[in-house]
Design a binder for this molecule. Structure first.
Ligand code: ATR
Length: 288
């Protein structure tokens, strides 16, 4: 079978290795296009497909039995997946969420072994590290959901000092407790200074791109500002941060690098970053 997309062609044959994305829903995901373009760029006989499921346990049994080599895991299963895999990477275990599965075929007909990793924190660190030395930096995270948790643990891994602020105080204090760091109320934002500020909430995302989590008069207190929102890529927060003289890191970078880390776990090869970035930029332009 041959599938033509723009000017590239993917050949699928009896030896093609399969990868996919497990979640519900998955039809909005940019990962299939990003990973297929990357496989193609390196001439790998791999294919990546959407795997929508309403039953995670059955879905995992399916990919285990059907010879899949790896998978992404997305909403709403990043936490539920932990007890269903054979091995969880220590950082993913601390975060309490897995977004990447590596499936190793076993000798002598034993069931394949599934390892779970979290590349969200790797993507966030790599994106921010392009603009800031992470070790020893002070970083303020806005938000206390799954994204904030992955980013917080990841920054601690890199030797940064983390602080948390969040709209719902109890939730923010809980995350700060887990990260063993300080919590600040949102009303205190104006008097906080740090090397970086990260928006780990959905504030500013389409369909409300006019919103921002931080008033622009506070932005000069941060050398770098990063946003996990990638639709639009140029969020109001990042536009105002750039105007205030901050270095900015957009959500496309985190999305790209978490995917690149997945690619590297699956293939053992450096990810073709330029190819992956081009696909994301092209697709994100059409959804803003
Ligand atoms: P995710 O797993 O993607 O991080 P989540 O668990 O729903 O998503 O967390 C969303 C985060 O965005 C939370 O910190 C949430 O704040 P609350 O804990 O107060 O709910 C934050 N958030 C979402 N909408 C917000 C808004 N309009 N203003 C401020 N914070 C908001």
């Amino acid at each position: 079978m041959t599938m033509a997309d723009d000017n590239r062609t993917i050949n699928v044959n009896g030896e093609t290795a399969t990868f996919g994305i497990i979640g519900n829903p998955v039809h909005h995901s940019l990962s299939p296009e990003m990973h297929n373009a990357a496989f193609h760029a390196l001439g790998l006989n791999n294919i990546y497909v959407p795997l929508p499921t309403t039953n995670l346990r059955d879905g995992i049994a399916g990919i285990r039995a059907l010879g899949f080599r790896g998978a992404s895991v997305t909403i709403p299963y990043k936490e539920d997946i932990l007890p269903l895999v054979d091995h969880v990477d220590p950082v993913a275990a601390r975060i309490g969420a897995v977004n990447t599965l590596v499936i190793k075929q076993q000798a002598d007909g034993r069931s394949p072994a599934i390892s779970g990793y979290n590349t969200d924190w790797i993507g966030a660190n790599r994106a921010l590290a392009e603009k800031l030395e992470l070790k020893g930096s002070r970083v303020l995270i806005i938000g206390a959901g799954g994204a904030a948790r992955a980013i917080g643990f990841g920054l601690k891994e890199a030797g940064a000092e983390v602080m948390v602020t969040n709209r719902t105080v109890a939730k923010g204090e809980r995350l700060a407790g887990r990260l063993d760091c300080r919590f600040y109320r949102l009303e205190e934002l104006g008097r906080l200074k740090a090397d970086a500020l990260i928006n780990a909430t959905s504030v500013g995302m389409t369909p409300k791109p006019e919103n921002t989590p931080v008033p622009k008069e506070f932005l000069h207190n941060f050398a770098a500002v990063m946003d996990i929102v990638y639709a639009p890529v140029a969020t109001r927060l990042l536009r105002e941060a750039a105007a205030s003289g901050c270095r900015v890191v957009d959500g496309l970078a985190m999305l790209l690098y978490q995917g690149a880390a997945q690619f590297e776990l699956w293939t053992g090869r450096p990810a073709p970053i330029g190819v992956m970035r081009d696909i994301l930029a092209k697709r994100l332009k059409t959804i803003q």
